[in-house]
Design a protein around this ligand. Structure first.
Ligand code: ZN
Ligand code: ZN
Length: 250
């Protein structure tokens, strides 16, 4: 598996990075995890506009899904006058309605489904192309999922947005790469069931026995080096900060 960070800024874009979006590739199949603000532009550095095979949306906060509105334009109003076939989109209950409402003026109430094949995510195990994925509800104010992606004996776990969550501990169990949000700073923000701080991300990785930790979803107003140091203090494995355009072989 190859993971590429398309965007990793938390909550809103930074000068350097779009919001959450991660490209996972194996066997020529391209799965995109989340498509937050600015992600569609960045994505085109890594693959063609129409080269995605499936999209997974962890939850329906704008910083994880809003560029789906832009992607609807690209697929529905193609430059050549055609229309793209529907691509599988996995998201929480209400994803189509949420995106249609955000777009505000689709030709009909079902226009999104002409180019997106919506599947409702529940806690489960299923196949997306060559990947086996496990989804679990995590601790966030809206219905939100963490996901574990497995391929050829390797595993990648993405937290989505979450506070401390036993379900996330299980998803990250001995994961080869654990991409975990660390939006808060230890000792500063403390709101249950919203976000993790660097220390909590490190503790989660430690409990889960994850083999490698990448911290992501750090907002522009948060000092990433503090969160990195906080995670390192409680987790023995390799840990680093996500950065746009960085790729990892898993
Ligand atoms: Zn977020
Ligand atoms: Zn969120």
């Amino acid at each position: 598996m190859k993971l590429t960070v398309v965007g990793c800024s938390g909550s809103f874009p930074s000068a350097e990075s779009a919001c959450s979006s991660y490209l996972v590739e194996a066997d020529g199949f391209r799965l995109l995890l989340d498509m937050g603000n600015g992600a569609l532009g960045e994505l085109q550095r890594h693959c063609g506009l129409y080269d995605l095979d499936a999209i997974f949306l962890s939850h329906l906060h704008a910083d994880h899904c809003i560029d789906m509105c832009a992607y609807f334009v690209a697929r529905y109003y193609r430059h050549d006058g055609g229309r793209c076939d529907p691509i599988p989109v996995y998201g929480p209950e209400g994803t189509e309605h949420r995106l249609t409402t955000a777009y505000a003026d689709t030709p009909t109430a079902s226009s999104m489904s002409e180019v997106f094949d919506f599947h409702t995510v529940k806690p489960s195990t299923f196949e997306i192309g060559p990947f086996t994925v496990h989804t679990e509800r995590v601790a966030h104010p809206v219905e939100a999922y963490g996901i574990r992606v497995e391929h050829a004996g390797k595993s990648l776990t993405y937290s989505g947005d979450t506070g401390i969550s036993p379900a996330l501990d299980e998803l990250a169990r001995e994961a080869d790469l654990f991409l975990c949000e660390a939006a808060f700073t230890h000792g500063k923000e403390s709101i249950p069931d919203l976000h993790l701080n660097g220390r909590e991300a490190g503790e989660t990785a430690s409990r889960a026995g994850a083999r490698r930790l990448i911290l992501t979803h750090i907002p522009p107003w948060t000092d990433p080096q503090t969160n990195l140091a906080d995670a390192r203090a409680v987790y023995d494995g390799p840990v680093e900060l996500a950065a746009p355009r960085k790729s990892y072989e898993i």
